[in-house]
Design a binder for this molecule. Structure first.
Ligand code: ANZ
Ligand code: ZN
Length: 810
């Protein structure tokens, strides 16, 4: 582009397209494989191919790109891939509602988004792309499933599941939302249904998943995962049920055993039918049915009135031999502990209320303080009414009781977790078929590895009910048993799409490798991921599943480390102009394409980095992007509209400011502080414009080179344009990150003496070039000076540049 044309018209999209073409032609962003450099695997969460990149994608991806560019300039070989999380419900819904095949819908969306990604101008290595609905990819989901199955980590179980009657599919615990338990996707109230499901034994790794010592992740994610896993320490205690046998309870308070005055089982407990006496059977059955229709959230709500029914059975308290009645109550859940509890009303709120309501005895086993006038007492204190425990505090009593239980065969120390196994079955078409065959003779038979992939049939009949087409496709499900050769049927469930995203970072390394999920040599070179970035909303599912997967992969001998991603950063969300979350119903959705077309990618990305700290997000502001665009245009004008006159500006000031800028940007990028970095670049641009043509050419060129280099991770196209206009060799993105000299920044600080009425009161460090006004301001606000001004009037101030400020008061 000629200089004259540039001067008249500023067309960022033209400029950007030109550089994108050049970058593609020259293979600038092909992954650097130079092993003499340290590696940096930068990963941003892969998008779902919904059709268009939205602002959230730009907000997540472009700062990650800036960071990856920074690492590259710092001498790292950087791997920065992108792909598509391409299985999932929206594609299937498009098929149902509009008659488009999910594959067609997905692939055309991907094609569109690829174009938009190119326009973004990020340094993604597009050769490393992964598309999870590609058989080349999901074959390895199936392979992993087989490995999990071999290791006993995949199992099938009939279980009540949350079921969305509209989508006709099971939902994971976290996909059921709100107090009234609705489907996360469509909002329909969720019901319970019994189905045979495939699960992964993530609970085997619960303890290890609590160990975050090998990763540097945000505190918040760790806490969310910790709570999700929900570890509780205590004991399992056996209670003999008269005429039946022992039933185990889990308790965190074994010290309170002497106060267990009744026994409560979950209505779903498998022993309920057998222990119930005939005279209680009708009432018990009715209660079980009612409880089954209720949500877990309601059942565990402490404010709800407690209900339950007596089963007619009695249990023996092993500590004192007392006969205690056995109830069923909905506040005891089958999915936690052992599904049965010893009730200790003296120390537990729910048990107290239950006891009051049904007239059951209450015995305190911990002595509350004298001034305590409440009901149940949760605090510490000496044990009472507890035989051999009396006098011990809670912790001592717990230990003592556990020893006693173990010695007498009544129980043992135990740990339990809230974490449930990962239910991976989905009654859906658009996912990875589970590679299992059911044979009447041989039972459950895994598909032999050499028969993978089990392909999704291409033609499928999509029912308006959402019922899986695989269930209605005999060509798919009729097969022969790999074991005996007899007729058999295939599993028609497909896998949860979280399966796809649990290991995609490995596949990026060698997307077409066909001897394993990834090429171990590539793994050796690049793994694990060094820097992951993504939203906090993935804290407990995706981010836990991928940790679990990596641990299993380690145990399978596929990798040698324990954690998939060493560092994690959670960005915030970009809000609508009204400060609310963008949503179609609010009508506050911003389409990034409009802004790319108008202001270009550099302006959009810089604006998104400028709106606030990346971890916090911020509201969209059209005036804001206008301002950022002006900044880029002004920066560009530094090289395209030059005129030189006399050198009356201070060259050491230029040096000082340039060094200061490099330091600031370096530190900000290390800490993901994009917004303050851009503010510094803006300020520096203004300064450069002010002194342009007033410093020596050589000094100017050097300062400009540095400026363009530190600008380049933020506005890669503009920086490239400036670099070329300065006559520098292509490409600015291959330059080494500039260093800075602390001394050059520091040396320019001077010490000013502050006097009040001629008396020395303070010394302050200020920039050498400080203005008179600023110097007086600092002097007046000094903590050491202020007391001497109090109650007095400032009459005059004298400023001796570089030396002192004298404040005259009276
Ligand atoms: C006796 C006891 C005495 C209890 C006491 C508490 C206080 P966390 O800390 O959440 O793990 N519990 C056990 N299994 C249950 C289930 N399936 N459904 C509902 N409640 C269950 O809670 C552990 C405590 O919750 C256990 O300790 C048990 O009540 C109850 F002074 O046992 B506790
Ligand atoms: Zn068979």
């Amino acid at each position: 582009m000629s200089e004259t044309r540039q001067r008249k018209t500023y067309n960022p999209t033209d400029l950007e397209r030109r550089w994108q073409e050049r970058w593609a032609e020259s293979g600038l962003y092909k992954t650097d494989e130079d092993e003499s450099k340290p590696k940096h695997y930068a990963l941003t969460m892969l998008p779902y191919p919904s059709g268009d990149l939205h602002v959230g994608h730009w907000y997540a991806m472009t700062p990650s790109d800036t960071r990856a560019r920074f690492m590259r300039m710092n001498g790292f070989r950087v791997f920065f891939p992108i792909g598509f999380d391409a299985f999932g419900l929206p594609a299937e819904n498009a098929a149902i509602n509009r008659g488009i095949h999910p594959y067609t819908w997905t692939m055309s969306n991907i094609e569109n988004m690829r174009g938009q990604l190119r326009q973004m101008g990020a340094m993604f290595d597009l050769d490393a792309e992964v598309v999870t609905c590609d058989p080349e990819y999901y074959r390895w989901n199936q392979w992993f499933f087989l490995k999990f199955f071999e290791k006993g980590l995949a199992y099938r179980e009939e279980a009540p599941v949350d079921w969305c009657p509209k989508d006709n599919t099971t939902l994971a615990r976290e996909q059921v939302v709100g107090p009234d338990r609705r489907c996360e996707r469509c909002g329909t109230p969720v019901i319970k249904k019994n189905l045979a499901q495939w699960l992964f034994k993530i609970t085997d790794y619960a303890e290890e998943l609590l160990d975050f010592s090998k990763i540097d992740w945000p505190e918040r994610v760790e806490t969310l995962q910790r709570n999700w896993i929900g570890r509780s320490e205590g004991a399992e205690i056996l209670f003999e049920i008269e005429g039946y046998g022992p039933i185990e309870v889990f308790t965190t308070r074994p010290d309170t055993l002497f106060g267990a005055t009744f026994f409560v089982m979950s209505p779903e407990h498998p022993a309920v039918d057998e222990i119930t006496t005939p005279d209680r059977a009708d009432e018990v059955r009715a209660y079980v049915e009612k409880a089954g229709r209720m949500s877990e959230i309601d059942r565990t709500d402490v404010t709800r009135e407690k209900t339950g029914v007596f089963t007619g059975a009695y249990a023996i308290n092993p500590a004192n031999g007392e006969r205690i009645p056995v109830y069923i109550a909905d506040y005891v859940l089958m999915g936690y502990g052992t599904g049965a509890i010893m009730a200790v009303p003296g120390q537990d709120e729910r048990d107290w209320e239950f006891a009051e309501k049904y007239g059951l005895p209450i015995i305190r086993t911990v002595q509350p303080p004298e001034d305590f006038d409440g009901k149940w007492y949760l605090g510490d204190g000496p044990a009472i009414n507890s035989g051999f425990l009396d006098g011990l505090n809670v912790d001592e009593a717990k230990e003592r009781m556990i020893s006693w239980l173990q010695e007498n065969g009544f129980g043992r120390r135990a740990v339990t977790y809230r974490l449930r196994d990962w239910l991976i079955s989905r009654q859906r078409y658009w996912g990875t078929p589970i590679p299992i065959i059911y044979c009447d003779e041989c039972g459950i038979v895994p598909v032999p590895e050499e028969d993978l992939p089990v392909l999704l049939p291409e033609d499928a009949e999509f029912m308006p009910t959402g019922e899986s087409p695989l269930k209605r496709d005999p060509d798919f499900y009729n097969t022969t048993c790999p074991n005996c050769g007899g007729p058999a049927t295939r599993e028609t469930d497909t896998m949860d799409t979280f399966m796809d995203s649990s290991w995609y970072q490995y596949r990026y390394l060698s997307p077409h490798y066909d001897e394993g999920p990834f090429d171990p040599e590539r793994g050796e070179k690049w793994l694990p991921v060094d820097q992951y970035t993504g939203g906090i909303e993935h804290a407990v599912m995706h981010l836990m599943y991928t940790r679990f997967f990596t641990k299993v992969m380690r145990d399978l001998g596929l990798v040698e480390f324990d954690e998939p991603m060493t560092r994690l950063f959670n960005q915030g969300i970009i809000l609508g102009p009204d400060g609310n979350r963008m949503s179609k119903s609010r009508g506050n959705v911003v389409n990034p394409q409009d802004y790319v077309d108008r202001y270009g990618s550099d302006a959009l990305r810089s604006f998104l980095m400028f709106v606030g700290p990346w971890s916090e997000g911020g509201p969209w502001d059209s005036k804001g992007i206008e301002g950022v665009s002006r900044f880029l245009r002004r920066a560009l004008s530094l090289v395209t509209e030059g005129d030189s006159s006399g050198g009356d500006a201070d060259p050491s000031e230029l040096t000082r400011r340039t060094n200061r800028l490099v330091k600031k940007i370096t530190e900000d990028l290390e800490a993901f502080r994009f917004n303050t970095a851009i503010a510094a670049l803006m300020e520096h641009t203004n300064y450069l414009l002010a002194i342009r043509g007033r410093v020596d050419d050589e000094e100017w060129q050097g300062a400009m080179r540095t400026f363009v280099m530190v600008l380049s991770p933020f506005a890669p196209h503009h920086a490239e344009e400036m670099w070329a206009a300065m006559g520098e060799e292509y490409s600015v993105h291959e330059q080494a990150w500039p260093g800075y000299e602390e001394a050059l920044i520091q040396a320019q600080e001077i010490t000013l003496i502050v006097q009040v009425n001629g008396k020395l009161r303070d010394r302050i460090e200020v920039p050498a070039d400080i203005s008179e006004e600023a110097a007086k301001e600092l002097a007046v606000s000094s903590a050491r000076v202020r007391p001497h001004l109090e109650g007095k009037e400032l009459r005059k101030s004298i400023y001796v540049p570089g030396r002192l400020v004298n404040l005259v008061v009276g």
